[in-house]
Design a protein around this ligand. Structure first.
Ligand code: IMP
Ligand code: MG
Length: 174
């Protein structure tokens, strides 16, 4: 079976949008230190680019979760594979995610992080597939809303591949 990737959001579009998001976040958090939490692995490309566009003080931490389920569908039961290195108590936390699909992973994760008593907790995602939402998640910053198609690139994988594409593409098989 051959795999094809069609460009959905070009490198220029993605870069421009991340720059805008960084500017908005910098305004919203003016004078504060933002503690960015990257959800590995998908969120890593986005977080690096976003962090470079934020002008207020930034600190970073990483977390890795896996949802019990198949590769293309999450179950809502989330296992922490790698927890944060530092406490988030009293910090202004911004979670950086690659994509929100059913919302199961993020609703679980946000609830868990809220219990750790950050000063504030917001969510930033590069992509959102609103048509697929099963569990409500409050998203504070969204890069692009996209249709219900399986996308790769800019950190997003299909079977661990394609994360390194500098654009967002739709994968198809024939
Ligand atoms: P949710 O719990 O259904 O919102 O799942 C979110 C996770 O599923 C994301 O963090 C991705 O890892 C993965 N995912 C959902 N849709 C896609 C896609 O179109 N391409 C690649 N990964 C996806
Ligand atoms: Mg993810």
């Amino acid at each position: 079976m051959a795999e094809h990737v069609r460009v959905l959001k070009s490198e220029e579009e993605v870069d421009r949008r991340i720059k805008e998001m960084g500017e908005q976040i910098s305004r919203d958090y003016a004078g504060k230190q933002i503690h960015l939490i990257c959800v590995l692995k998908g969120g890593s490309f986005f977080m690096c680019e976003l962090a470079k566009r934020i002008t207020t003080d930034v600190s970073l931490d990483f977390m890795s979760v896996s949802s019990y389920g198949s590769d293309t569908k999450s179950s809502g039961v989330v296992k922490i594979v790698k927890d944060l290195d530092e406490s988030i108590q009293g910090k202004d936390v911004l979670v950086v995610e690659d994509i929100i699909d059913s919302g199961r992973t993020l609703s679980y994760l946000m609830e868990m992080l809220r219990d750790r008593k950050p000063a504030s907790l917001k969510l930033c995602t590069l992509l959102d597939k609103p048509d697929r939402r099963v569990v409500n998640v409050d998203v504070d910053y969204t890069g692009f809303q996209i249709p219900d198609e399986f996308v790769v690139g800019y950190g997003l994988d299909y079977d661990q591949r394609y994360r390194n594409l500098p654009y967002i593409g739709v994968i198809s098989f024939d």
